[in-house]
Structure formats: structure tokens, C-alpha cells
Design a protein around this ligand. Structure first.
Ligand code: FPP
Length: 254
């Protein structure tokens, strides 16, 4: 697939003969699963069919991430803003999540993929919340690739909640504002204890972060592609990883 021209030079390495070096993988890859609606529209299908195809792609990519040895994969499944979508679309996405989690719970012993949910789960229905809780509970027994599903997640909302929690700790005498560091603040986020993403991927041709891990992505590398999420096969992840391996990360140094 063509690479978006404005990022072409930055994404060099992708699409060339370079091969993926599995000994130099990023530890944490984060993906905005975008383009389901357009994928469906191109085929004359309802948007919900795009989400169903997107859920299958998620399953394939999560398994592939585990197989190649990524430590963390984080995906944006539902944002705090996605409630504005038509009610049928929202319930279709929630239904797909339930279906996926029911299947995942049954196969966890074999798959050994750990799962965690990042976001405010309180507005979800009881059945989905319970499935999330059970999935996380079973996950505590496994080591290996951890898949984080951002669900009712918004980056600004996450930071505001963290500030509130920190302020409450200060008021209770458990924290000292003068002693706060960036690392210490990170522990108040949903991602506390999880290393920052090294690589953020956005398919579908959009060049935005859309409130996805804004604090955590401060030093991430970005990879954009026109491929729509349902078409994002393992070979597309390889291209993103190869592009990542061609970058030089300096973290503000030289
Ligand atoms: C963005 O595409 C996609 C979403 C808002 C939903 C993502 C949900 C899934 C992939 C299914 C459930 C997830 C799991 C983890 C089983 P869009 O609808 O904004 O696409 P468009 O920009 O082409 O309209």
C-alpha cells in the first residue's frame, strides 16, 4: 500500500527490501484500529460489518504480536467520544467485544495472552464489565504478551482522573506535590506499571492521535498507512516494525 507522502522520508525502511529483525522489536506497540466504516462502505456493507471484520483483524494481530514476541500491544477499541455514534453501532461494537471476550476466556490457557482494559468501565453494561473483570483476573496467572484494550478511553480524561487521584492523595497526606516527578505521575494513569509505547500505528490514512495515549506517546515513533484496519494483515505490522527499526530514537539527546 502507498505510504502517505508527507511521512514518506520518515517512514523509510517500510516497503524496501529490509527484513524484520526479531531481536530488535519494540517492547510496546499501540494501534488505533481505524477505517472499519470506510472498509464496509467500499463494499456496500453496513458499518457494523466493518467492525466485525475489524474485530477479526484484532484477533489475528494480537496472536501475531504474541507469536513474534512483543511484550505489549495496546489497541484503541472505543473512545470516550465514540458514545456519540448511532446507538445501533455502539451496541454492535459492545456485542463484538462480548463475543471476543467470551471466546478469549475459553482459549486463554492455550493462547496465554494476558489482557487488561484501560479506560472507565463504569458506564458499560454489567455483562461486559463482568467479562472484562474475569478476563483480567484469569490474565494474572499468565506471563507473556500483554494486550491492553482501551475501552471508553480518552487521553485527556485519563490525565484529569490521574490529577484528581493525585490531589486526593496530597489532601490525605499520602503524596507531596513538590516531590512529584513525571515517572511518579505516570503511576496514576490507567497505564501505571506499563512501559510507554515505542511505536504508535494508525491505519486508514488519518494523521491524528485522536486522544490516544497522549502522555504515554511523548517519545513514541509514529507510523501511518492508508491500509484500512480490517485489511491490516500481519505483513502490514511487519512493515511498521521494519520502519521502526530504521528510525533513530534520541529521546531529546543527540
Ligand atoms: C474506528 O473505525 C473503529 C472503532 C471506533 C471501533 C473499533 C472496534 C473494533 C475493531 C471491534 C471490537 C474490538 C475488539 C477488541 C474485539 P471507524 O468506524 O471510525 O472507521 P471510519 O473512520 O472508516 O468510519
Amino acid at each position: 500500500m502507498p505510504i502517505i507522502p508527507i511521512f514518506q522520508s520518515k517512514q523509510s525502511g517500510a516497503g524496501s527490501e529490509a527484513e524484520l529483525d526479531r531481536s530488535r522489536l519494540p517492547r510496546h506497540v499501540a494501534i488505533i484500529m481505524d477505517g472499519n466504516g470506510r472498509w464496509a462502505k467500499k463494499r456496500g456493507l453496513p458499518r457494523t460489518a466493518g467492525h466485525a471484520a475489524g474485530a477479526e483483524t484484532f484477533r489475528t494481530i494480537a496472536t501475531y504480536a504474541k507469536d513474534i514476541g512483543l511484550d505489549y500491544l495496546t489497541v484503541y477499541a472505543f473512545s470516550t467520544e465514540n458514545w456519540k455514534r448511532p446507538v445501533e453501532e455502539v451496541s454492535a461494537i459492545m456485542g463484538l467485544l462480548k463475543k471476543y471476550l467470551l471466546e478469549a476466556i475459553g482459549k486463554m490457557e492455550k493462547d496465554r495472552v494476558k489482557m487488561k482494559f484501560l479506560g472507565d468501565l463504569s458506564p458499560l453494561d454489567d455483562e461486559l464489565r463482568e467479562l472484562c473483570r474475569r478476563t483480567e483476573e484469569i490474565s494474572t496467572h499468565y506471563e507473556g504478551c500483554q494486550v491492553n484494550i482501551c475501552l471508553n478511553y480518552g487521553g485527556r480524561d485519563e490525565i484529569v482522573r490521574a490529577v484528581r487521584a493525585f490531589a486526593a492523595d496530597c489532601a490525605a497526606g499520602k503524596a507531596d506535590p513538590a516531590a512529584l516527578t513525571a515517572e511518579g505521575f505516570s503511576e496514576y494513569l490507567y497505564t501505571g506499571g506499563i512501559p510507554d509505547p515505542d511505536l504508535v500505528i494508525r491505519p486508514s490514512g488519518e494523521l491524528r492521535l485522536s486522544n490516544f495515549l497522549p502522555w504515554q506517546s511523548a517519545y513514541a515513533e509514529f507510523y501511518f498507512t492508508d491500509v484500512l484496519w480490517p485489511d491490516f494483515a500481519p505483513a502490514e505490522l511487519d512493515k511498521a516494525l521494519i520502519a521502526y527499526q530504521s528510525r533513530s530514537r534520541r529521546f531529546g539527546g543527540v
